[in-house]
Design a protein around this ligand. Structure first.
Ligand SMILES: *Cc1c(COP(=O)(O)O)cnc(C)c1O
Length: 395
């Protein structure tokens, strides 16, 4: 790909099908190439493929490694993240697990931001402790230097964070990681590579749940890990192979298809979300809006400095009793009640107090916290729906 072209242009052309030498033609859209194995013309050809793989080339000797559809998606992730290597995982959570398994050895210690995606916080008790790996959670206000130990290897963050979207100063964290010889890895699902590029800001590893904005249509589970560091890539490749991750070509194809409209969708999600912020700012129940593109958000200056745009995610703290908050959410007609986000449609989650309690950034208990994914519906309809539901909740 021509790196001088804008990312929007590269997203349209990455992973297109090569010309068939016989017909000198090709489909515009690369087909989904499903396979469980790969056959070779001769043993010499198989030997050559194995040797090329061993030297780091991304070609398949077996179905689990995926064929052209998978290579195209890896290329797309590399374009989005400005990475040299990427690894596909069957979900965003699987991508996170891959990063931890690849980057840590027995006896290591990891510093993990307390704002990370909730299920990441089960890795310590479910997996890492059994491998004699310790985890310390930190909040943005903590003195990180005091938490570093001789065996600290990994600094794992997420910016903006899950639930409250607090923006972290990633370049400062990268400098800190370098000073202490730590690998900096960041969950980049919010930015999805298009809005935010952790690797450009000094991280060695970026993790994305492509389930969200990249696939964008709420019909596929998919993750990826990206890096531009050769040593880290070698560790990721080994762990990826050992874990046996495999993703259906059809799912990868859906994500490739979704990614073609990523810029357009994000722009509309972001525009709608800002309108919804304006609506909440006008309501007396609103205690605080959490959305980095909203000028009153404490992370707004960092967002302006480090990000290339925004998306449809926002949370709002509301001065509602728990029963009123439940009535508000139940009364919404255009917002699906459910986890996840990044699809075309609006979603709402009434955040469980126990989920948000471990976040150092959350100081507004016992107010209700509602997280919204603002979809691609007409924003006037979304606001009317929110208005009727808020009015009804207090009636
Ligand atoms: C959803 C999400 C994940 C996990 O992705 P899945 O594909 O659902 O496993 C990881 N990180 C963040 C920030 C997410 O929002």
């Amino acid at each position: 790909m021509n790196k001088t072209h804008h990312i929007d242009t590269r997203l349209m052309h990455t992973g297109s099908a090569p010309f068939d030498p016989a017909t000198e033609s090709a489909p515009v859209s690369l087909p989904s190439i499903r396979t469980s194995t790969v056959r070779f013309k001769s043993l010499d050809a198989l030997d050559r493929a194995i040797a090329r793989r061993a030297s780091g080339e991304r070609i398949a000797a077996y179905g689990r490694q995926g064929l052209d559809t998978h290579r195209a998606f890896e290329d797309l992730i590399c374009e989005l993240e400005n990475a040299t290597h990427s690894y596909i995982a069957p979900s965003g959570m699987a991508a996170i697990t891959l990063a931890f398994m690849a980057l840590l050895d027995a006896g290591d210690h990891a510093l993990v931001a307390d704002c990370v995606y909730g299920p990441t916080r089960i890795l310590d008790h479910s997996l890492l402790e059994r491998m004699n790996i310790e985890v310390t959670y930190f909040s943005a206000q903590d003195d990180l230097a005091a938490l570093v130990r001789p065996n600290t290897r990994l600094l794992y963050v997420e910016s903006p964070g899950s639930l409250l979207f607090e923006t972290l100063d990633l370049p400062a964290l990268a400098t800190f990681a370098q000073q202490h010889d730590l690998v900096l890895a960041s969950d980049n699902t919010w930015g999805s590579g298009y809005l935010y590029r952790p690797l450009d800001l000094g991280a060695q590893v970026s993790v994305i749940a492509a389930t969200k904005y990249i696939a964008g249509h709420s019909d596929v589970m998919l993750g990826a890990v990206a890096t531009n560091d050769a040593k880290t890539a070698a560790r990721l490749a080994k762990a990826h192979y050992a874990l046996g991750y495999s993703v259906s070509a059809d799912d990868v194809w859906l994500a490739l298809r979704g990614a073609r409209t990523l810029p357009l969708r994000l722009e509309q999600h972001a525009r709608n979300a800002l309108e919804v912020c304006r609506f909440f700012a006008s309501r007396p129940e609103t205690v605080r809006i959490f959305h980095p593109a909203w000028p009153d958000d404490p992370g707004h200056a960092l967002w302006q400095r480090d990000f290339h745009g925004s998306n449809g995610m926002l949370s709002v703290a509301l001065a509602l009793e728990p029963a009123q908050a439940r009535r508000f959410v139940d009364a919404l007609t255009l917002f699906g009640i459910g986890f996840s986000w990044g699809g075309f449609e609006s979603l709402v989650q009434l955040v469980e107090p126990s989920l948000i309690a471990p976040h150092g950034y959350w100081t507004l208990a016992p107010h209700a916290l509602v997280r919204l994914q603002i979809g691609l519906e007409h924003v006037d309809d979304l606001i009317a729906d929110l208005q009727q539901a808020l009015d009804g909740a207090q009636a």
